[in-house]
Write a new protein. Structure first.
Length: 305
């Protein structure tokens, strides 16, 4: 399954067959592509919002590393609710909904997170996620304006181009929540509810081995990648287990994300116009994370008679 998400798969649309009979078609397509370059000179790889979110998350990560590992007085996790700083890597399996399911299939997300837990079991957190998947819907029609009647793109050598498409994205979230203790080995474990707000970005990654096809090389491919981003809200319901030793702490649960995204490209080559619509993108996720908590445990007492 991981090969599906990371994009390592055997080519399924590679042809060694010579297509010199389509040389005139190739020249025509290349000329049309050069005319279209004027529409995409202003494209950027990342929107300002994306850059801002990454800076905020970087600052939070630095603050987490600078926090002292001690958090006040010595505590006993088994007997009392504690204050703790926590770092965690997480993994999520995602199913799209809304407008997003018309463009992508299932995907996955991995990323780091930082969390503060108070003695009253309130939570504050910031996290980021890298989204990757291998299921792009209607893949054959995205490049139909530069394809032959059989659906193939002709590369610079006059042969059928090898082109693959994948889903790629990024999310940055910050929020708060609470642990409702009662289930677990100590007062720091229990049902976990979270509410988060932030940012979601996604696009189609177009791979053209060797950059053999000029129609999807460099700035030209940005006319087809449908880069979109916008504000997002998410809710999480799950369970946190803060073990009596630091190596057995984790969380798991179900997450729902609603995002309002817009295209960040000034022109879409497939639609032959700019996409000005606001898209209602949704993600249903099963998410797990391994928690690395930092707190000072109470020292053991020994009595001698």
């Amino acid at each position: 399954m991981l090969t599906k998400y990371f994009g390592y798969r055997s080519p399924t649309n590679t042809y060694s067959k010579n297509a010199t009979s389509t040389a005139e078609y190739k020249i025509h397509i290349f000329a049309e592509s050069r005319k279209s370059l004027a529409y995409i000179k202003g494209f950027s790889l990342h929107s300002k919002a994306n850059i801002m979110v990454k800076k905020i998350l970087s600052i939070l990560a630095i603050c987490a590393l600078l926090l002292p590992l001690k958090s006040g007085a010595q505590v006993n996790v088994k007997d009392s609710s504690i204050f703790a700083t926590m770092l965690y890597p997480s993994f999520a399996y995602q199913i799209p909904g809304g407008d997003m399911k018309e463009r992508f299939g299932s995907s996955a997300s991995i990323g780091p997170g930082f969390m503060l837990k108070t003695k009253n079991n309130w939570l504050l957190l910031a996290e980021a996620g890298f989204i990757f998947g291998g299921d792009v819907k209607n893949e054959q029609t995205i490049l139909e304006n530069i394809s032959t009647s059989e659906g193939w793109v002709i590369d610079g050598n006059g042969t059928y181009a090898e082109i693959h498409m994948y889903e790629r994205g990024f999310s940055g979230m910050a929020g708060f929540g609470k642990i409702f203790s009662g289930l677990g080995p100590n007062p720091n474990s229990g049902i976990m509810l979270m509410l988060k707000g932030g940012y979601l970005q996604h696009k189609i990654r177009i791979e053209n081995p060797g950059n053999a096809a000029p129609q999807v090389y460099g700035a030209y491919k940005k006319g087809y990648d449908k880069l979109s981003d916008g504000p997002a809200l998410s809710g999480f319901v799950g369970y946190m287990f803060l073990g009596n030793n630091r190596l057995t702490s984790f969380f798991a649960g179900i997450k729902f994300t609603q995002a309002w995204t817009r295209s960040r490209r000034i022109y879409d080559f497939h639609d032959m116009k700019k996409d000005d619509a606001v898209h209602m993108d949704q993600l249903y996720e099963f998410k797990v994370g391994w928690i690395i908590p930092f707190y000072k445990r109470a020292s053991r007492e020994f009595y001698y008679h």
